[in-house]
Write a protein that binds this ligand. Structure first.
Ligand code: ADP
Ligand code: ADP
Length: 238
């Protein structure tokens, strides 16, 4: 589903470029829930931004579902990718329903989103998704900014999955949440991704959560992969 070959990336700094990814290679199989584990600054966000085409790699190749990512096709590929972020990235003054509809954007013309003109079929689908991620129907018309962090992340997960993407990238999706909520959000993300047959690459910095939820763990330290394998082989220390 996702192949990464010898990818490197540097950022320009005052004292010259700093290399934050050094020859990273990995393969993520279809349907896998793969956790990328690493402390802050390890390069997790950077790698996810490269896969989603928000940044370009200096070297190496990224292949999403058989297509090599290039400058000219990254927009096309982005449509097949659902994103979940640490800070939810919802439009806080819009309702949950409208935020969910934004997940349909590449399908519907932009002016329909500006005027919030949705078909009944789209509304029904959005309400079904809200139920699926454990929100009450009464949440549909509430401004997303008024909800708790866990509830906002539920909306964001529904928004990422509503178009049934093949690949879901989650960048520290529970880093802003308390332990109990983190647990329920990862349970939800894994559950809905399985139902939709989506492959997930999720970055986390907590080894215990990685151990509990991952099919496979990739441990990144200072831009280098230190461990890559099934969770059963993970010692937690490498
Ligand atoms: P992680 O997600 O694992 O915390 P990041 O990919 O965000 O790691 O960052 C890796 C390193 O790259 C860090 O040292 C960070 O400060 C640096 N970095 C990230 N983004 C930029 C940027 N836009 N410009 C310069 N340095 C950056
Ligand atoms: P995260 O915690 O989500 O990994 P950060 O808080 O490290 O992200 O970074 C927030 C934003 O600032 C990101 O867009 C990242 O690219 C940018 N950034 C991070 N480190 C640096 C840096 N040293 N110089 C410039 N931009 C940076």
């Amino acid at each position: 589903m996702l192949s990464i070959h010898e990818v490197s990336k540097s950022y320009e700094g005052k004292s010259g470029p700093t290399k934050v990814l050094r020859g990273v290679s990995m393969e993520v199989k279809r349907g896998e829930f793969c956790v990328m584990l690493g402390s802050s600054g390890a390069g997790k966000s950077t790698l996810l931004k490269l896969i989603s085409g928000q940044l370009a790699a200096d070297e190496g190749q990224i292949i999403v579902d058989g297509t090599v990512l290039t400058k000219s096709n990254c927009r096309q590929l982005q449509r097949q990718i659902g994103m979940v972020h640490q800070h939810f990235e919802l439009v806080e003054r819009l309702t949950c329903l409208d935020n969910l509809m934004l997940g349909l954007l590449p399908w519907v013309p932009w002016y329909r989103s500006v005027f919030r003109y949705w078909t009944n079929q789209e509304r029904t689908m959005a309400c079904q998704w809200l139920a699926r991620v454990g929100l009450e129907p009464s949440h549909a018309l509430r401004r997303s900014g008024k909800l708790s962090g866990g509830q906002q992340q539920r909306v964001a997960i529904a928004r990422a999955l509503i178009r049934k993407p093949k690949l879901v990238l989650a960048d520290e999706p529970v880093a802003s949440l308390d332990p109990e909520t983190s647990h329920s959000i990862l349970t939800l993300l894994r559950g809905v991704a399985r139902e939709c047959n989506a492959t997930v690459l999720c970055s986390l910095h907590q080894p215990d959560l990685a151990h509990e939820f991952a099919d496979r763990i990739i441990h990144l330290t200072s831009g280098v992969i230190k461990f890559d394998g099934p969770v059963a082989d993970w010692s937690g220390k490498s």
